[in-house]
Design a protein around this ligand. Sequence first.
Ligand SMILES: [Zn+2]
Length: 233
Amino acid sequence: MRPINEIIIHCTDTPAGRPVTVAEINQWHLARGWSGIGYHRVVHLNGAREAGRPIERIGAHVAGHNTGTVGIVYVGGRSADMTHTADTRTPEQKHALVAEIIALRERFEIGGISGHRDYDKGKACPCFDAHVEYAHLLKGASDFVPLKDVMLARGDHGPAVLAWVQDLAKCRQMTRHPWPVQPTDAFDHTVELVTIWFQKERGIVADGIVGPQTRDEMERALSGKPPMMALAA
Ligand SMILES: [Zn+2]
């Protein structure tokens, strides 16, 4: 299982009262060139909770913040006439969102909860302040740092290192990396070397330190995108 420490809430941006199936969302996301539905959980109008992308697979729901996060979407987010964004959650959906957050909290060390718009200021999604409404459901939410934003270097330990090593291991399957990468939560010499190899492969500064640029490149690599530098060239 990949390490997860944050929940990000979304809406489907569909009119109030209109049901949306997982199959529909799957089609939308396939049409965007993704490997199917990008959210892990879907909360329907009647409060039914349904699985989307398997939770052990990295999602596709917030650019640059799919590492370490699980994406929940509720059906709605637009007025019935589609003229404006709105918090259209039914009472059943509000209840189901809380139930889902508690279920995830029991299963993972969830330290943070946010809405899509907290990471993409141009978006209204999910049309309410998820952090304000739900942070009290989490223990230890005050000292929360997203896995995505943890800087890593040789000598570090912990779940953020394990998350990075698992990403490296997945990456190796897609390329021709010569060394096996074993799951570990210790950033040792081998992890440093493989990180440097990865950075060279992607054409970024090869310092063996995992910072924002290296993480962005990993997310691009895992979603099959070319290196950022290749686009600039
Ligand atoms: Zn969203």
